[in-house]
Write a protein that binds this ligand. Sequence first.
Ligand code: CP
Length: 306
Amino acid sequence: VKHLLSIDDLGIKDIYKIFEYAFQFEEVLKRPIPIVPTFKGKTIVTLFYEPSTRTQTSFTLAAKRLSCDVINFSFATSSILKGESLLDTIKTISAMKVDGIIVRHFSSGVPHFLAKKLVKKNIFVINAGDGTNEHPTQALLDGYTVYKKFKKIKDLKILIVGDIKHSRVAHSDILLFKKLGAKVFISCPHQFLPIDFENMGVCYLKEFKKELPNFDCVITLRVQKERHNLNYLSSMREYHYLYGISKKDLEKMKKEALLMHPGPVNWGWELADDVIDEERCVILEQVFNGVAVRMAIIFLLLQEKV
Ligand code: CP
């Protein structure tokens, strides 16, 4: 694997190798000085055409913990605003001899396009979220969070709830959990159901609340307001009642089950305000695990190069 563009790029062994390395990097992150000198002199660019709190910060920290130099490129302060094309931007950055580019873009397929353009340059590309297509590193940190808890993923029952159609996290999560042998269920209003859901190998539940005691993990998804007309939903309260998780819903789940969300959360929609302090709600653990998982990914991609 020279790039990480999709969960489909990875075999089962690759995924467990990332988990194994992430586990070791977690130990580094818990040290008083959480840094290893492995990749001093290597340079990583984060190229984000969409806003991000978690992913960009997490990648920046991960690369810095491996002693890489990190350049955070934001379209809002770049020559993109003067009309520079994506291809020109990428040619310019690659001419500066960087080692890896982590890209988030509002159009599906941009990371794949960059990887093709950089084929002779020995620069890796990581997809940090492309349109509604995929967000593979979010899926890897979600999978790692579940694996750490249950020490396995095979045969676990995973429910993914919400805006499945527009969610790149859902698409990568479904690929990852199915690849690792989990039974994947989805639930959402009809307008958030992908047209091709029957080919996704998942089980669709029109209603899920009565089934809550059966799941090992419930992944709630952000309603992707920026990707559709909000007229999609008749009311936020109705959405929360049918597809959100309240404290009462959480109480119906197994004691050892996990409640997850990739963030950012629309509080009061996907989740009630008061679930954040519950032990089973592991959103901030997902964030912590994200740094270790991204260290593992950068480490393995750079190791491939050296
Ligand atoms: N989960 C996620 O991608 O969050 P950000 O948009 O804040 O990076």
